[in-house]
Design a protein around this ligand. Structure first.
Ligand code: AMP
Ligand code: MG
Length: 510
């Protein structure tokens, strides 16, 4: 497209310069394009009721013509002018979430052109909260169609420098109004069916909507990554949010994610690649190689949402070839974060649960009790960890010792069905982590089986107990000996699970 003379202006959202904003409104009224901040991401706006103006949006973005635009308004009266009728559900949602990061899909009136809706009979409408955005709509005296202000396919812009990178010379005006608060695009919710359906997850979550209506569905296309399911939201069918670098996404147990990223990072660097790691406050210290950037804090996922696109663009600015990205819990706002990361990535590594093998001598006392205690906590906390146990010289089928059964019974754990197993090469290979009860067990395994060096630890070595490496053998001892052994094991098990869940206090195990 021909280069346009772009005017770049700055507006303080807390002290709006109305002279500049009126100039922006005049551009919109005259059929031009203005990029402005919203609380989600920057929008590329034009008069929603002017087809030629809307055409300019598609051209500037290189947006496929079958991907409809969101129309931005400031009052419910404006909504009535755009849509057939406002269903009760829409009124309730508007009352709770407008102005804010919620886009509703409703049946359109004729006044809305098929250019804006990409041929659909429905229209997407949102009432933004950002003061610059809402004042601009009011001054323009028309609804403003505004998709995210990025080149199609790239991460949405969350600050003015992102916008300048993509759009300078392609629009009439860019308003720099600082960083966007939420940092991810609005939730798109279809209200035309009886049950509200989320077509694109965002700041307003499924849980938020369920609180109001009891029920809220996800469009099947955003739950399953199956190319045969056609998304109801046309935009969801495109590769999206992609930086120049290749993004590889690692899913599963976080401890496993971190270890796999560490190994892969080394391999890619050896192959001559420049590698970026998208880490979090909790995981940053585990990594030694690559360009490590923190995308936010896992205990406060809003921080991750607001920085995600910025970090994807930062990696491009740093010139990395590959970005290794950790996955996130996909509940609440996490669903929106994962939706964007899945679309940005070209490869996904499904690592699944972490598999732990506990090893002692006969597999009737120490490793058996440890397995019982660990399984009970894993079950209570719903952790993504699998655990089993075996012995170095076990007699296959032996039951757990009487005192082991007794002391664990007092913790509500039943060992009566346990049967001893002899450790095998296959068991060791299939495990991600092998924890032995003593240093001697570890040494025997290392001598007897090859290639275990990076996954075998004594239990106390793994938990960094400075006093000793060994859990003393209670075999042949009385009830008290077993009781104190089970107390010691419970303490160690809790430490292991804390490390594997990578909590705030966890230190890297080098
Ligand atoms: P953007 O404005 O770039 O954030 O993209 C707007 C999103 O809203 C895209 O994913 C569109 O597919 C979606 N959208 C807009 N209008 C409709 C509609 N009528 N039905 C379904 N999805 C829509
Ligand atoms: Mg977009």
């Amino acid at each position: 497209m021909d280069k346009i003379n772009t005017k770049l202006v700055k507006i303080d959202p807390n002290n709006i310069d109305y002279e500049i904003l009126s100039e922006a409104a005049l551009i919109i009224q005259n059929g031009g394009t203005v990029i402005f901040p919203t609380e989600t991401v920057y929008g590329l706006g034009a008069d929603a009721l002017n087809e030629d103006a809307c055409d300019k949006i598609f051209k500037a973005k290189g947006r496929p013509s079958d991907n409809p635009l969101i129309v931005h308004i400031t009052t419910m009266e404006e909504l009535s002018e755009l849509v057939d009728e406002i269903p009760q559900n829409a009124k309730i949602l508007a009352k709770h979430f407008w102005p804010g990061p919620l886009t509703m899909i409703l049946n359109k009136k004729d006044i809305v052109s098929y250019k804006v809706t990409a041929g659909l009979d429905t229209v997407a409408v949102r009432m933004p909260k950002n003061k610059i955005a809402s004042e601009l709509i009011k001054l323009s005296k028309c609804p403003i169609a505004a998709p995210s202000a990025n080149t199609s396919g790239k991460p949405s812009p969350t600050n003015a420098s992102h916008v300048v990178d993509d759009m300078f010379g392609k629009v009439d005006m860019i308003i720099d109004g600082g960083s966007c608060e939420i940092g991810l695009e609005s939730s798109v919710i279809d209200i035309t069916s009886e049950t509200p359906t989320i077509l694109r997850p965002g700041g307003v979550t499924k849980e938020d909507v369920e609180k109001l209506f009891g029920k809220c569905d996800y469009d099947p296309a955003i739950i399953k990554s199956d190319d045969k399911i056609i998304p109801k939201s046309p935009g969801q069918k495109y590769r999206h949010y992609s930086p120049k670098a290749e993004v590889i996404l690692y899913k599963g147990n976080l401890y496993k994610i971190v270890n796999t990223i560490k190994n892969d990072c080394k391999k890619f660097i050896d192959a001559g690649k420049k590698v970026g790691i998208m880490a979090t406050t909790q995981t940053k210290d585990f990594y030694n190689d690559g360009i490590i950037r923190i995308v936010g804090d896992r205990t406060n996922p809003i921080t991750i949402a607001s920085d995600l696109f910025n970090e994807l663009r930062n990696f491009d600015a740093l010139g990395v070839d590959i970005i290794l990205a950790e996955a996130f819990d996909d509940r609440g706002i996490g669903k929106a974060i994962m939706n964007r990361l899945e679309k940005a990535s070209s490869k996904k590594n499904e690592l699944g649960k972490i598999k732990i093998l506990l090893v002692c001598t006969g597999n009737t006392c120490r490793s058996t009790m440890t397995e019982g205690i660990m399984k009970s906590i894993i079950n209570d906390k719903n952790l993504d960890i699998d655990v089993s146990s075996a012995g170095i010289s076990a007699i296959k089928g032996d039951k757990a010792s009487n005192n082991s059964v007794l002391v664990l019974n007092e913790l509500g754990i039943d060992l009566s069905s346990h049967r001893a197993k002899q450790v095998t090469d296959k068991m060791l290979r299939e495990s991600d982590l092998v924890l032995t009860m003593t240093k001697q067990h570890k040494d025997i395994l290392l001598r007897s089986f090859k290639g275990l060096d990076d996954k075998i630890y004594t239990l106390k070595e793994f938990t960094k107990d400075n006093k000793s490496f060994d859990i003393q053998d209670p075999y042949g001892g009385n009830y008290d000996v077993y009781k104190s052994c089970s107390i010691e094991l419970e303490i160690e098990v809790k430490k292991v699970l804390d490390i594997l869940s990578i909590s705030n206090t966890t230190e890297p195990c080098k």
